[in-house]
Design a protein around this ligand. Structure first.
Ligand code: SAH
Length: 248
């Protein structure tokens, strides 16, 4: 996998996955964090160029650690934070989500949009839990089946891409088994895929292919096109969904 090419294709997007500020804000409303006036300690894991991090920083009295594997994304986040005068609230940490440097029971909330699949949902939930204080909030957006039944080719495609894709009730069960109480669940609408992710991504293909003429670059674009076609065809059956939960 050529990460440099993937980073170059995705770094200029507002987001690196489906979502938008309105739905980050909605999750924030459900989290109860907006009512807290003391300084909160948060981490935004797999933050990419930080669309959600900036919403959190704008709305909370918080010290936020923005974690991503790729410093190239974090540099962009830092630029945006500076522009919005939010730099003092955000610390960028290039680090893998499975080896976080936080102390146990030290965070008021962990936020993670469209990224926990890199560890796997179950493993990620169990791992992140230790860093949360009691009553700490875990807010996750994760790929989710919207229906119990669906076309067979879709099921087999996703089972090879990400076998942990599941219906919301199964993900909620995992959270409950791991010692969380669910505060809210909601699937993201189509606009979160097209308006803030796929359409801007498609608009970058031409320049990306002009800049990178390799076969590898073409094959990255082809697989994005395939993913978009797949979503257009089967959007009734899956989306990202938010899970907002509290550590018991
Ligand atoms: N939260 C952002 C990005 C989602 S895309 C948004 O919603 O726009 C997934 C992100 O996870 C990417 O930024 C990618 O660089 C990051 N990532 C992938 N593997 C990771 C790992 N092992 N540790 C931390 N971040 C990782």
């Amino acid at each position: 996998m050529n990460y440099d090419l993937l980073i170059d294709l995705h770094k200029d997007g507002k987001r690196q996955g489906p979502g938008d500020d309105t739905h980050t804000q909605l999750a924030l409303n459900f989290s109860g964090l907006l009512q807290r006036s003391e300084l909160l300690k948060l981490a935004d894991i797999g933050c990419g160029t930080g669309a959600s991090t900036l919403v959190l920083a704008e709305n909370l009295n918080a010290a936020i650690t923005a974690v991503d594997l790729f410093p190239q994304f974090l540099n962009i986040l830092q630029r945006k934070a500076k522009h919005k005068k939010l730099k003092g609230k955000i610390e960028a940490l290039p680090c893998s989500m499975d080896s976080l440097p936080f102390q146990e029971n030290s965070l008021d909330a962990i936020w993670t949009e469209g990224a926990i699949y890199n560890m796997g949902f179950k493993k990620g939930v169990a791992y992140f839990k230790r860093f949360l204080k009691p009553k700490g909030i875990l807010s996750i957006s994760e790929i989710t089946w919207l229906t119990q039944n669906r076309p067979e080719d879709l099921t087999s495609y996703w089972h090879s891409e990400y076998p942990e894709i599941a219906i919301g009730s199964e993900k909620i069960k995992i959270l409950e088994q791991q010692g969380f109480t669910l505060k809210a669940y909601f699937p993201l609408p189509e606009s979160c895929w097209f308006d803030s992710y796929y359409h801007p991504l498609q608009n970058r293909f031409k320049d990306f292919l002009a800049k990178h003429t390799s076969e590898e670059a073409q094959s990255i674009v082809n697989s994005e096109i395939h993913e978009i076609e797949q979503y257009k065809k089967y959007r009734d059956y899956y989306s990202y969904a938010f899970y907002i939960a509290e550590k018991i």
